[in-house]
Ligand binder design. Structure first.
Ligand code: CP
Ligand code: NVA
Length: 307
């Protein structure tokens, strides 16, 4: 039966760890020029209704490096722009291609595509979540820290799609997650309720950013106004002033703590240039791992089909 990746909760703990291990192996194989061409003869469609640098190019590169062929589509050059139902689009595309990667606004759109497509559908970011980002980030944390055991992650800023995926990851992997978000900008309320029920106090909202980072191994932030929220940027800028990762906040964290950011970053808003450009913030290694993790994901879903 086909598998989709719409949410980290679609995966078991073992599958998440298996994907990370596979990505580490494929990263080494790519460096050694020994990557298997496991997507030979496969076509992967990318439907992107929002802009993207990392996700689009890393998926296209992943498909190409594994010997497959990517086809990139926007809303404008498909019948989506003329309101063809996604249920029809899904059934048509599944007759031509082997997997569908989607970036869109409403999460229900990726669910609709997955329901009607007989091929795997991968969520490349919705307003609700960004699973590929966070699984790749876990790979980066393991690479930098050596393990995911006894991990504490501090999320500073907007309770957005990436924050929601961090909650899902903490639910599956059992690490501690401190979320410091301005009042009114907390993550999804249903997810928070689930976390309160299932996480034994490991997933916590902590109003004070200094306290949230005080025992953290990883400080993480993202833009204050996500794609589709640009019109709120001014109001958000005022509400988020205390929620910046800067050298003062970093000095409240343990000396070994690293800083991650999914990028693109707005220097001087959610993070200072000084911190972002420092060796404490390996954000370009983090961006690179998107490629390796997505190679592993595609290989698992439509290539060798092994973890
Ligand atoms: N981090 C991330 O998803 O970046 P893009 O918007 O450039 O894809
Ligand atoms: N939260 C951001 C992530 C971008 C990769 C957004 O949705 O715009």
């Amino acid at each position: 039966m086909k598998r989709d990746l719409l949410s980290i909760l679609d995966l078991s703990t073992g599958e998440i760890l298996g994907l990370i291990a596979k990505a580490e192996k494929m990263k080494a194989e790519l460096a050694a020029g020994a990557l298997p061409k496991s997507l030979e003869g496969k076509i992967v469609g990318l439907i992107f209704l929002k802009p993207s640098t990392r996700t689009r190019i890393s998926f296209e590169a992943a498909v190409s490096r594994l010997g497959g062929q990517p086809i990139f589509m926007t809303g404008q050059d498909t019948q989506i722009s003329r309101h063809e139902p996604l249920s029809d689009m899904a059934r048509v595309l599944a007759r031509y291609i082997d997997a569908i990667v989607v970036r869109t606004f409403a999460h229900s759109d990726v669910e609709e595509l997955a329901k009607f497509a007989s091929v795997p559908v991968i969520n490349a970011l919705t307003d609700y979540s960004h699973p590929c980002q966070v699984i790749a980030d876990l790979m980066t944390i393991r690479e930098k820290r050596g393990s995911l055991e006894n991990l504490t992650v501090a999320w500073i800023g907007d309770g957005n799609n990436v924050a929601n995926s961090w909650i899902n990851a903490a639910l599956r992997l059992g690490f501690s997650l401190n979320l410091a978000c301005p009042p009114g900008y907390e993550p999804d309320s249903q997810l928070r309720e689930r976390a309160a029920r299932e996480a034994n106090g490991r997933i916590r909202l902590i109003a004070d950013p200094d306290e949230a980072v005080s025992h953290a191994d990883v400080l993480y932030t993202d833009v204050w106004a996500s794609m589709g929220r640009e019109d709120e940027a001014k109001v958000r800028k005022e509400a988020f002033q205390r929620y910046q990762i800067n050298s003062r906040l970093l000095s409240c964290a343990p000396p070994h703590a690293i800083v991650l950011h999914c990028l693109p970053a707005h220097r001087g808003e959610e993070i200072t240039a000084e911190v972002l450009e420092s060796p404490r913030a390996p954000v370009f290694d983090q961006a690179e791992n998107r490629l390796h993790l997505q190679m592993a994901l595609l290989d698992w879903l439509i290539g060798s089909q092994k973890l």
